[in-house]
Design a protein around this ligand. Structure first.
Ligand SMILES: C[S@@+](CC[C@H](N)C(=O)[O-])C[C@H]1O[C@@H](n2cnc3c(N)ncnc32)[C@H](O)[C@@H]1O
Length: 361
């Protein structure tokens, strides 16, 4: 079947051949032509969502009701969405702040930011978009000529679009180059670091950023392998991890099939740790937590969704200390996590943890 796309020149429809693939359904990222143009195929989107899957060019926002309820955004407020991504949370903020409010959106990912800017410009709400690390939200205050934000919100980590694109090398599930950068201006890729760090440094990264129990064995396997050839592809790294853990791909598949619960893939923690290192994710979060109180208006709220214990510990500690020293008037007593229903319909939300705090009036 051929698809029809609008061209930019005069809106003349142009026939475009769909990519060729074997079998009845496209399996590879580049062959999923309907998912790449999901707005034109609403039945495909509904079908995937029903199966608990995310179309490859979209992202399902997590904990949306909990975020909106606890941050209690009002008409006319100024919202800094530090990680705008696909714009799911931003869209909900826009509905609440209306045309007298303003959305100030940040993201380091150039391509996704541009697509989201176009999508959100349909809403009749003032908005600015910055290709910037959220550690720089204070700089935008001057540019916007405002004294502070009413809301600072961050949904940490990577988007589904980034994970699902094999060229970004963020997932053990797809064959691709070990890039792992969310911001392509960064100098070092995952492959660069894997081939450069000492065995001891690698072992520490795996242990500190992902609590990987086999950190020493994996680091030693990487150090030995790169003597023969550089590690540049996701599949090379996955294979090394299997070997370090004494597993074969076949044995793992069998284990998975016979298990009633969803087992963590043997490579998941190593990929997570390397991605956190490449993007200095903990460094950026620490800086955001440090500057947020200076960027919030009195009574302003900050909300952060994190996806692993290292991040959540930093957020919890910062908000608790802020309440103790009077910076924050109040903070979430308990961590807020997704309900079973949300995890069921969007398994990627399973590890999300949300905390908020309110600046003293
Ligand atoms: C989980 S997604 C956000 C999804 C978004 N809330 C939505 O509803 O579509 C995280 C986004 O944050 C961006 N990001 C991660 N770290 C960042 C940082 N330090 N500064 C700016 N953007 C960052 C990523 O590029 C990604 O697009």
């Amino acid at each position: 079947m051929d698809s029809i796309e609008q061209t930019g020149n005069g809106g003349q429809p142009q026939h475009k051949r769909r990519p060729r693939y074997g079998g009845s359904h496209p399996r590879r990222f580049e062959h999923k032509y309907k998912e790449h143009n999901i707005e034109a195929y609403p039945e495909m989107r509904d079908h995937l969502l029903e199966k608990g899957k995310t179309p490859v060019t979209t992202h399902i926002p997590v904990l949306i009701e909990e975020v909106m309820e606890n941050l209690a955004t009002k008409p006319g407020e100024i919202v800094a969405d530090c990680t705008v991504g696909y714009g799911g949370h931003a869209m909900e903020f826009m509905k609440r702040i209306g045309h007298n409010g303003k959305l100030i959106a940040f993201d380091v990912d150039k391509d996704e930011l541009e697509r989201t800017r176009e999508r959100l410009s349909m809403e009749n709400v003032p908005a600015s978009f910055y290709r910037s690390n959220f550690a720089g939200i204070a700089n935008a205050l001057n540019k916007e000529k405002i004294d502070g934000y009413d809301i600072i919100f961050a949904d940490l980590g990577v988007s589904s679009m980034q994970i699902d694109n094999p060229q970004r090398g963020m997932s053990y599930k797809h064959e691709g180059p070990l890039d792992m950068r969310m911001d392509d201006r960064l100098k070092q890729t995952g492959a660069d670091l894997l081939n450069k760090l000492s065995e001891e440094e690698l072992s520490n990264v795996l242990s500190e950023f992902a609590d990987e129990r086999d950190h020493e064995k994996i680091a030693s396997m990487i150090a030995a392998e790169r003597q023969t050839e550089p590690i540049t592809q996701t599949s090379q790294l996955v294979e090394l991890i299997f070997r370090a853990k004494g597993l074969s791909a076949k044995a793992w598949k069998k284990k998975q099939l016979s298990s009633k619960s969803n087992l963590l893939h043997p490579a998941a923690l190593t990929f997570q740790a390397l991605r956190i290192l490449v993007n200095d994710e903990l460094g950026s979060l620490k800086e955001l937590l440090r500057i947020a109180p200076y960027c919030l208006r009195p009574g302003g709220r900050i909300g952060i969704i994190s996806f692993h214990s290292g991040e959540d510990r930093l957020v919890k500690k910062s908000f608790r200390e802020g309440v103790k020293n009077g910076t924050y008037q109040s903070a979430a007593e308990d961590v807020i996590v997704p309900q079973f229903k949300e995890i069921n319909s969007n398994p990627r939300s399973a590890s999300a943890k949300f905390r908020w705090a309110m600046k003293t009036v």
